[in-house]
Design a protein around this ligand. Structure first.
Ligand code: FAD
Length: 395
């Protein structure tokens, strides 16, 4: 029986685990290792930061949903991978594998900008459950005595969507409370233009986003690189200083330390179209852990976002590739790197679609409307239901 070890219990790891079990049945001995005991629906973290969701609304315990499907669960951190002897190293001992699936997501590189981040720095973040909960507390304190807000991304960021959502959501909430005039908002980004998103824009996203920011009276600074964050002030490399009472910034990402030695200089894993490691043939990777080169060099460095939709596609390709190899059947088609994403905008939302992900493209669009807000809410409920019941084969 093939022993398959999966690292990470989120979009990539869970999809790969459920699909492998469905395809292999008793022929697959599947173990999922995660340093977290629960699945977090990350796209709802900006809502949690706004106080619109509670942790229990967007989390599921991993052990019961995996064990019910005959998948072993180990709640432990992978400390390393020895690719030569095909073993994962953990504090609980070594775990041998025939196939390894890396779905460990990112390590958040706060250390790359002085003063960045909630632990050792002076900014909030909304990329993990703990950070979003902390940001919600900071938001509630801020509301008692509002003032200037600065939000956005530092140089090298790839996950651009959440700061956009957060800026729009704060604007909406402050207007609803009739205190928007007390809280000027500045949006800082390394993108060459607003709506670039690290992928050269989508359709007329530049024009739409410029209009949306203007309509909401949010000041935008593009091509921005941050020199440092000090208490209550952001200092940009061009010498400008932006004072604030609340700052939330997205950090750049790297591969997680346990697998970084298998990756490129930033620790992301190089894979082929079947999600197989380009050097280690029994190692596969899916999601944010995968290396994707930017489509163009921007004046200030930006990275390529890896969305949940792309992650699920990669995880399915990973499962089909491994199952085909075990069964001795033909390898699946290479996964298509395209994107379908819903971006919240407070009172409305935007649908973003690009096929393929990077230009030149066959199709690409960004359009906004209240229908996408409701679609986003419904998608949250649907995805959590799908994960709870292990139904990753559904769209
Ligand atoms: C705030 C925010 C909002 C987003 N909104 C959207 C959206 O609206 N739509 C969309 O499509 N995408 C969105 N994304 C992107 C989406 O969340 C990611 O594409 C998706 O989470 C990637 O899944 P993953 O499995 O690759 O990695 P992750 O979700 O990061 O999961 C990695 C898992 O591996 C575990 N892990 C890490 N290291 C180890 C280790 N050493 N040992 C064991 N376990 C480990 C982690 O605990 C985690 O559970 C958003 C991202 C963020 C941050």
């Amino acid at each position: 029986m093939a022993k398959i070890v999966i690292l990470g219990g989120s979009f990539g790891g869970l999809t790969a685990a459920f699909e492998l079990k469905r395809l292999l049945g008793k022929a697959g001995d599947i173990t999922l290792l995660s340093d977290m005991g629960k699945f977090v629906f990350i796209p709802s973290l900006p809502w949690l930061a706004m106080g619109w969701r509670k942790p229990e609304d967007i989390t599921l315990p991993l052990r019961p949903i995996l064990e019910r499907r005959g998948i072993k669960f180990i709640h432990a951190e992978a400390k390393g991978v020895d690719a030569d002897s095909a073993k994962v190293v953990t504090a609980l001992g070594e775990i041998p594998y025939d196939y390894l699936v890396i779905a460990t997501g990112p390590s958040l590189a706060f250390e790359e900008v002085p003063g960045l981040g909630p632990d050792k720095g002076h900014t909030e973040c909304i990329f993990t459950l703990e950070q979003a909960e902390r940001t919600n507390k900071a938001w509630n304190r801020f509301l008692e005595e509002p003032g200037p807000i600065v939000t956005g991304s530092v140089q090298g960021v790839s996950c651009f969507g959440p700061p956009y959502e957060y800026a729009f959501e704060m604007d909406y909430e402050l207007r609803r409370m009739k205190i928007r005039h007390k809280a000027p908002i500045v949006f800082v980004t390394p993108e060459p233009y607003i709506g670039h998103f690290g992928i050269g824009g989508l359709g007329n996203s530049k024009r739409i986003m410029e209009d949306e920011f203007a309509k909401r009276d949010i000041k935008v600074i593009t091509n921005a690189a941050v020199e440092e964050f000090v208490p209550a002030e952001v200092r940009l490399k061009d010498g400008s200083k932006i004072p604030h009472k609340l700052a939330m910034f997205a950090p750049a990402m790297k591969g997680v330390p346990a697998v970084a030695h298998l990756g490129n200089p930033r620790g992301f894993i190089p894979v082929d179209g079947k999600c197989r490691h380009t050097k280690h043939k029994n190692i596969f990777a899916a999601g944010v852990a995968v290396a994707i080169a930017p489509p163009e060099q921007t004046p200030v460095p930006t990275g390529v976002p890896k969305t949940g939709f792309m992650t699920v596609k990669m995880a399915k390709t990973t499962a089909y590739s491994i199952a085909a190899e075990i069964a001795g059947s033909a390898a699946p088609a290479s996964y298509e790197m395209d994107v379908l994403c819903l971006m919240d905008m407070g009172d409305t939302a935007a649908l973003m679609r690009a096929k393929p992900l990077l230009p030149p493209r066959q199709e690409s669009e960004l359009k906004s409307g209240v229908i996408y807000k409701w679609s986003k809410v419904l998608f949250e409920k649907y995805f959590l239901w799908k994960i709870k019941h292990g139904l990753s084969n559904l769209p």
